[in-house]
Design a protein around this ligand. Structure first.
Ligand code: NAP
Length: 284
């Protein structure tokens, strides 16, 4: 089974579009997302364009503020402060990575937690680990939705997450744990990685290494979630961290790249923006 994130994403966006329309009638305006892009890194430009397109599709008001990569940290922080205090703004996303002279942690911490639709603010991260209601980071949230969509009963399963980044590996491990999986987090220092990976009923791979996970690292019948986005050196196309062609012969279900996790990340960002809007409206 190919787990088509693109299809799930399309159906969630359809439902969101209706919800946004209802909210507009209820509150007199639509949710509003501001994306801040510093510099012109092609990858970041493409991500930001995708986010703006999805927002427009579901009826979320959106604006991308493009800044020169020479902007100072103080100027960027001042912009974030202005957006925090703008009542008409519900979600703020500062596209990462930022130029080296700007401290990313400082900028993320400056975003108001209630408008932090990426859920990277330390307050949202802490709440996730304390199992308190909070904005969930988009890629891990999307992965759990994909598993539900594929009919996977997570409870009691052996889950192995390869990769321990703050934005994917660690939070998805926590969400799998919260869903009662038995979770192992592997990384570049893990010994016998193939053996560890083969234990997994649910294998999540988020390392950024082209076709790194081969079929022999997958337990027959496992569900494989490939988060990686890489350029295939054979043909220049996008590919994941998993050797899809061979892995699909062993796995019971697997996400493709592109069309798997990627669209879900963007769709969850839209959900988070709507959630931020509703939370703010209910506070007023
Ligand atoms: P990251 O911050 O670079 O972290 C990579 C992780 O992989 C690290 O924990 C690293 O281990 C581990 N790793 C690297 N090489 C390894 C190896 N040979 N064996 C085992 N572990 C290894 O990456 P990220 O931000 O999590 O992103 C991972 C991939 O997902 C990238 O391709 C990225 O583009 C993609 N991504 C996709 C989406 C989406 O929506 N589709 C969203 C986010 C990211 P150490 O900690 O030991 O260094």
């Amino acid at each position: 089974m190919i787990i088509k994130g693109k299809d799930l994403s399309a159906s969630i966006k359809e439902a969101l579009k209706v919800r946004v329309e209802v909210l507009k009638n209820q509150y007199g305006r639509t949710p509003n997302l501001v994306v801040v892009l510093v510099g012109d890194d092609p990858g970041s430009v493409s991500y930001v364009t995708g986010k703006a397109k999805a927002a427009t599709e579901v009826g979320i008001a959106n604006n991308t503020i493009r800044l020169e990569d020479t902007i100072s940290e103080a100027e960027l922080l001042a912009l974030v402060d202005k957006l925090n205090n703008d009542d008409a703004v519900d979600g703020i996303l500062v596209q990462l990575p930022l130029p080296k002279h700007i401290n990313e942690n400082k900028v993320i911490a400056a975003i108001s937690p209630e408008k932090d639709v990426d859920a990277f603010h330390p307050m949202n991260v802490a709440k996730l680990w304390l199992k308190q209601p909070c904005m969930l980071p988009c890629t891990p949230k999307g992965i759990i939705k994909l598993l539900h969509f594929a009919g996977v009963d997570i409870a009691g399963k052996e889950a192995v997450v390869i990769g321990r980044s703050n934005i994917v590996g660690q939070p998805v491990a926590k969400l799998l744990l919260d869903a009662n999986a038995t979770v192992t987090v592997a990384h570049s220092k893990t010994k016998n990685l193939a053996e560890v990976a083969r234990r997994a009923d649910i294998l999540v791979v988020a390392i950024g290494r082209e076709r790194f996970v081969t079929a022999d690292m997958i337990k027959p019948g496992a569900v494989v979630i490939d988060v990686g986005v890489n350029r295939d050196t054979r043909n220049g196309k996008l590919c994941g961290d998993v050797d899809f062609e061979e892995a699909q012969k062993v796995a019971a279900a697997i996400t493709p790249v592109p069309g798997g996790v990627g669209p879900m990340t963007i769709t969850c960002l839209m959900e988070n923006t709507v959630e931020a809007f509703v939370n703010r409206m209910n506070k007023q």
